[in-house]
Ligand binder design. Structure first.
Ligand code: ADP
Length: 416
């Protein structure tokens, strides 16, 4: 499809006069005729120069119209989003380059319905053409992948006929984000409701004066554990939302990951003992990363705690941190029960638990690995898990090494 090109040509041309020899009688007539011809010639010259001036003006107007059309065409074609021109009958008259890249099947003369197989889209375009009022709406199109578009239909009149320019901007990322957010809110509500309901039941039961001492002690222990789980959940959710609400790297952070591993493993040694787990570590040198100390400890703690909780009694967990070229690699490997193959691809998802009842019983929030991944990716790294049921799990976090003291990004906003 091409832009309309107004085509006008200048008109007009030179006038030609001729003279010949004749008798006296005729000479008077001839002189009179000559005089008349001269008058006529003057009139014709005037008319001719008026015509030439008019033709000149027309040529200038035509050139201006062509320039305006060329300018309109170039602007329309290069718009960085899909733009379509639709005629009075709702058929496509023009599509810009972006439109043809995104929807290569578009052909001039197609109706909006034929082009996009979406009744609501066709109806809104027809409504705009009929009322000459702008329409704006959001639409999910399946025509070229499943994407959400913000559509704006701008109608106008040309020679008494309505036309419209239809703009489509891809709003899929914003729509996906909204969906993710509402899913997250639903998940959080569900996760909070479960321990709260349990807690209420336990507290109601504890109000029974007939309850024997052993049951009383057991119920208080369970209520305390539900409260701790609630607290852990709220802490993780707040941490995640803090992470998401800041962007960029934290101001000039430089943390020694080896120190974070040593301190965390030391802190967890008592819990490991309770679970019958054995912890060991291997600390390399020059393993500074741009994480804040809190983030570094959060990553290590989540991974080592998981190994203690899920690997099972008697399992050994080896935590190592080493430098590989420009990357610092943290590995937490256990020789425990492993993660079933069907669950492995999902363990980094929020609230995903391979064994929900076990995770909840052990105070898990289902957010630990998603926080680890989030932090790693925020710093240009990655988190990967490999596992074999019955043989153990290895989680590897690779993060670019810190460029050196003072090598952070001082202007970046602070992060948790
Ligand atoms: P949680 O708070 O439940 O521990 P995570 O996001 O940290 O949540 O982990 C997700 C799930 O992955 C856990 O519920 C558990 O089923 C599984 N998992 C994580 N680490 C290990 C491990 N070392 N061994 C076995 N299973 C693990």
């Amino acid at each position: 499809m091409r832009g309309r090109a107004a085509e006008m040509r200048p008109v007009g041309g030179p006038l030609v006069c001729e003279t010949r020899g004749v008798p006296i009688a005729l000479l008077v007539l001839a002189l009179a005729a000559l005089a008349a011809a001269a008058v006529l010639a003057t009139a014709l010259r005037r008319a001719s120069s008026a015509a030439a001036a008019a033709a000149g003006r027309a040529a200038v107007a035509a050139r201006a119209a062509e320039d305006a059309e060329r300018r309109r065409c170039a602007t329309f074609q290069d718009l960085p989003f899909t733009a379509l021109r639709v005629d009075a009958s709702g058929r496509l008259a023009e599509a810009n380059l972006h439109a043809l890249e995104r929807f290569p099947f578009l052909v001039a003369g197609m109706t909006v319905l034929e082009a996009f197989s979406e009744h609501r889209f066709a109806e809104r375009v027809e409504a705009a053409l009929a009322s000459l009022e702008r329409e704006a709406f959001e639409l999910r199109l399946f025509a070229a992948g499943r994407r959400t578009y913000r559509v704006s239909v701008a109608p106008y009149e040309v020679g008494g006929e309505p036309e419209a320019i239809v703009f489509l901007t891809d709003a899929s990322d914003a729509a996906d984000y909204r969906e993710l957010r509402s899913q997250f809110v639903a998940n959080v509500s569900h996760e909070l409701r479960t321990p709260l309901t349990g807690l209420r039941g336990l507290l109601e039961a504890l109000g029974d004066p007939q309850m024997d001492a052993a049951t009383h002690t057991d119920f208080v222990r369970r209520a305390t554990s539900e409260t701790l789980r609630l607290e852990a959940l709220v802490t993780d959710i707040l941490f995640l939302s803090e992470l998401e609400s800041t962007s960029g790297l934290p101001a000039s952070s430089r943390t020694d990951l080896a120190a974070a591993v040593a301190e965390t493993v030391h802190e967890l040694s008592a819990v490991a003992g309770e679970h019958g787990a054995v912890l060991s570590m291997e600390l390399g040198e020059d393993v500074h990363v741009q994480l804040t100390e809190r983030m570094a400890r959060m990553v290590v703690r989540n991974l080592v705690e998981n190994a203690i909780k899920y690997a099972g009694p008697g399992a050994t967990t080896r935590t190592s941190v080493r430098r590989e070229d420009d990357t610092v690699v943290l590995t937490v490997a256990d020789d425990g029960s492993g993660i079933p193959e069907r669950d492995l691809p999902h363990v980094f998802e929020r609230f995903y638990r391979a064994d929900p009842s076990r995770s909840k019983r052990l105070g898990g929030t289902g957010l630990g690995l998603s926080i680890v991944k989030h932090i790693a990716e925020r710093f240009g790294g990655e988190a990967v898990a490999t596992s074999r049921e019955g043989f153990g799990t290895t989680v590897t976090v690779s993060i670019p090494a810190s460029p050196g003291p003072g090598g952070g990004t001082p202007d970046a906003p602070a992060a948790p």
